[in-house]
Design a protein around this ligand. Sequence first.
Ligand SMILES: Cc1cc2nc3c(=O)[nH]c(=O)nc-3n(C[C@H](O)[C@H](O)[C@H](O)COP(=O)(O)O)c2cc1C
Length: 180
Amino acid sequence: MKTLVIYTSQTGFTKRYAEWMSESMNADLFDVKDVQKKENSFFDEYDAIVYAGWFMAEKIAKVNWFLDKAQNWKDKQLAVVGVGGSPNEEQAAKTETSKVLTEEQAKYIKAFYCQGGFNYEKMSLPSRLMMKAYANSLKKSKNEKTREMGNLVDHSFDMSDKKFIEPVVEYVMGAMAKEA
Ligand SMILES: Cc1cc2nc3c(=O)[nH]c(=O)nc-3n(C[C@H](O)[C@H](O)[C@H](O)COP(=O)(O)O)c2cc1C
């Protein structure tokens, strides 16, 4: 049984989650830019493929590449993992994740969410400017919860935790065990 974990990460949180998943599932690990140009046959040997990307404006980075490929991988166990700044337990994070897949895609791919954090030092300049402007707009809100969110996202923080990968590992490995 072979598993592949593919990821894309700007500031390192998704990469860390991808590494944790690859260690836990004994899976091969690749940055998406290193597999994007591979022949379709490269993916044939894998029984399960997990794609992890960071959330940017409610979309998972480069997920369309995976969703496109996944149409031909319906015989494999497939998962998408979004990594974002929103808290794991928040409905917002769950809603964001479920919005990633169409009803049809959800029949053969499962979506998960893991909270990462913010690392302003490693962000690209456009990302940093965008986030600072977003944080400032949240802080001006009349809604207390929104202001709290603004205060949270205006500086770097790290909420990544290995426990957040457990449902993904369970989903992938559980299916493998059933097949064995
Ligand atoms: C421009 C921008 C937009 C973002 N949009 C979202 C979002 O919609 N939802 C969310 O939960 N996090 C959002 N984030 C936070 C990132 O997803 C978060 O920092 C994540 O941990 C980054 O992962 P990485 O270190 O792998 O790049 C955004 C960050 C940036 C810079």
